[in-house]
Write a protein that binds this ligand. Structure first.
Ligand code: WT7
Length: 634
């Protein structure tokens, strides 16, 4: 990754949008929009007006108890009402809201009206199960329309949802469910992936043995594979059975602007995943506004975000953002290269996708197969492209720009995080683009690059990426861990400033170039995973005494795991053990944890207090200067 981003600094090409793009833009004057955004309260209040409020707010921002900011104080609103209900009395009533497509070519469409009815049925069913405002409902579901229905149903009745990504394994799953004390779990029989069906129910069964708070497990028949329901516990019920006979009408719960909307777990530098908590109104305003500004959403758009709903990208920009703007959102289940590497491009052609939002790792993966595949399809419906998840190297940017966008679609390189909820640093389509730069802070956002003291660093120099003023979709805390919330994000530099955990530079035009994480977090194919999580997984194997993990750069995944292990006496790192360790780590953490290399060592560099100095391992590995090692143990 380092190597890629160094190249970024020499990138001098600039690309401007064509007239046909400019003609239809909501924001044609970028500079004056940024100027307007400097008065954050006025700016975000104006954006909040677009929603239906049961009661308007008294105060836009309450900053009396930093960093526990409150937005739209005393406002009353409902997410599902604004994402779904409000459209059924308009021309959008019979417009497709959700277009589901899978790698087998099956599709399912739900209009706004159909979605409305489904959401109400499931919301009524949840109520019958005893779910009340503030209860936590978890899901372990594939990318399918039911997942969207379930989440909207939760928000309709004020239940807090917590999605577990369907690629996570039992251990990670259990940890998440138990941390938030979920009352209900919704899962499915399986998911389609690369021509196979992955049995999700079996993972869920294993996890449920260790999740005492879950009272009911609801099972969606999605793939149709035979599964076993446990009749005995009386805990399990099919989705279909549950909603049978439920009324398709339900009044939305009046939620306070600051009522929790969802918890989503992400990795940090300690072993325990962090429960990022988002609340209702600010999230709604931030997500809809940034999607609209960055991707210029219009009637007639077909929006496709390839990210999974199990991550924040899917929450904000597959589910909520597009529905809040009343557009059509495509949800795709399957791998990008199955049945062939043209799979995605054939979807673009067949349905006429206009805006495509994806990840650099997917682009690099598809790039491997050459320009042949995108050239086989008619991609002329595309207008704007986007990426998220990690820095995009100029080579991948250019490939995407030329072969997919045919040099007429601007690429929005959006920098943001699970914690920020919405886009933070990103171009607008009107902006001159530099391949590899996320451009500038969006209107209403105050971002900067500073040193440890909080002083802005000179042009071209690396520093900490910080956000200096609150923003509406900001997370409000870490669930059950206020102390960590404060210490991790708000204490690194003086003043009440949010530190993102990324290193960035600014160039002479004020453009941001994100360099990667500053903490012990890896980005594997855009997924966040903490080095200490991986280390614990290694150490839980009987052959391993101690382990240290760093990132190793990878041409497709950005980074993969490089592990240094101390083995128990009598063990040798031979092929069999390597395979065994790989399987073990994958079992513990899921396929997100991609192992690049395992090396056996006799000792690890540690501080005198016993902390592993990964920095030293990294420097040695790259043949760089190890820097200050005065705290290194003898
Ligand atoms: C981290 C957040 C936001 C949804 C997906 C990831 C990295 C994200 C970019 C970008 C460079 C990026 C950062 C950030 N990142 N987008 N456009 N350019 N880096 O969410 O899992 O919370 O990860 O992803 O390192 O801190 P996440």
């Amino acid at each position: 990754m380092r190597h890629d981003t160094d190249v970024l600094l020499n990138e001098e090409r600039v690309f401007k949008p064509g007239q046909e793009i400019i003609d239809v833009l909501h924001v044609k004057d970028w500079e004056s929009e940024i100027e307007k955004g400097k008065d954050i309260e006025k700016y975000w209040a104006e954006k909040a007006e677009q929603f239906v409020w049961f009661k308007k707010w008294d105060k836009v921002l309450d900053d009396s108890n930093e960093p526990f900011y409150k937005w739209f104080v005393n406002g009353k609103i409902n997410m599902a009402y604004n994402a779904v209900d409000r459209w059924i009395t308009t021309d959008k009533r019979n417009q497709v809201a959700v277009l589901y497509v899978n790698e087998r070519g099956h599709e399912k469409k739900l209009t706004y009206y159909e979605l409305y009815r489904e959401v109400n049925k499931f919301a009524n069913a949840l109520k019958n199960l005893g779910v009340k405002k503030g209860d936590v409902v978890s899901t372990y579901l594939p990318m399918c329309p039911e997942l969207m229905v379930v989440l909207l149903a939760c928000t309709k009745i004020g239940a807090i949802h917590s999605v577990v990504y369907s690629g996570l394994s039992v251990g990670a799953f259990v940890e998440r469910i138990n941390d938030c004390n979920a009352k209900i779990l919704i899962t499915a029989d399986g998911t389609f992936r690369r021509g196979k069906i992955i049995d999700l129910k079996r993972v869920s069964d294993e996890a449920m043995l260790q999740c005492p708070t879950v009272e009911t497990v609801v099972v969606v028949k999605h793939t149709g594979i035979p599964i076993e329901m446990s009749e005995l516990s009386g805990r399990e019920i099919f989705y279909e059975t549950l909603i049978e006979g439920e009324p398709a009408e339900l009044e939305a719960e009046e939620m306070d602007a600051e009522d929790p909307l969802f918890i989503l777990y992400t990795s940090g530098s300690t072993g325990k995943p962090k429960g990022v908590l988002h609340t209702t109104a600010g999230y709604m305003v931030g997500v809809a506004t940034t999607l609209n500004n960055v991707f210029n959403i219009h009637d007639g758009d077909l929006w496709w975000c390839t990210g999974d709903i199990g991550w924040i990208t899917g929450h904000s920009f597959l589910l909520y953002g597009p529905l809040l703007l009343g557009t059509t959102t495509l949800v795709y289940e399957g791998a990008p290269d199955y049945p062939n590497p043209g799979a995605w491009w054939s979807v673009v052609e067949k349905y006429g996708v206009t805006k495509l939002y994806t990840a650099p790792t997917a682009i690099r993966h598809l790039m491997r197969f050459g320009s042949k595949y995108p050239n086989l399809y008619n991609l002329s419906s595309l207008k704007i492209l986007g990426t998220v998840g990690e820095p995009i190297n100029p080579e991948a940017w250019m490939w995407f720009y030329k072969n997919v966008g045919k040099e007429k679609c601007p690429i929005m390189d959006t920098w943001w995080q699970t914690e920020t909820g919405m886009h933070m640093i990103s171009p607008l389509p009107i902006a001159p683009l530099k391949p590899g730069s996320a451009t500038m802070a969006l209107p209403g956002i105050d971002a900067d690059v500073v040193d440890d003291e909080g002083n802005p660093v000179p042009v071209g120099k690396g520093g900490l990426l910080v956000i200096k003023k609150p923003w509406p979709a900001m997370f409000r805390t870490l669930y059950n861990d206020e102390e960590k919330f404060i210490n991790t994000y708000w204490k690194e530099v003086p003043g009440c400033v949010y530190t993102a955990g990324d290193i960035a530079r600014k160039d002479e035009d004020g453009y941001f170039w994100i360099q990667g994480r500053s903490d012990d977090v890896l980005k594997i194919a855009g997924h966040r995973i903490g080095t200490s999580e991986v280390e614990s997984a290694f150490v839980s194997h009987p052959a391993v005494v101690e382990a240290a993990v760093i990132g190793k750069s990878d041409p497709i995944k950005g980074e993969v795991i490089k592990a240094f292990v101390i083995l128990k006496e009598g063990y040798q790192l031979k092929t069999q053990l390597i395979e065994d360790l790989s399987r073990h780590v994958r079992y513990e953490l899921g396929p997100v944890a991609v192992l690049g290399q395992i090396t056996q060592v006799d000792s690890l560099p540690k501080t005198r207090s016993g902390k592993i100095m990964r920095r030293v391992l990294r420097a040695r590995d790259r043949g760089e200067d190890v820097g200050d090692i005065s705290t290194l143990e003898e």
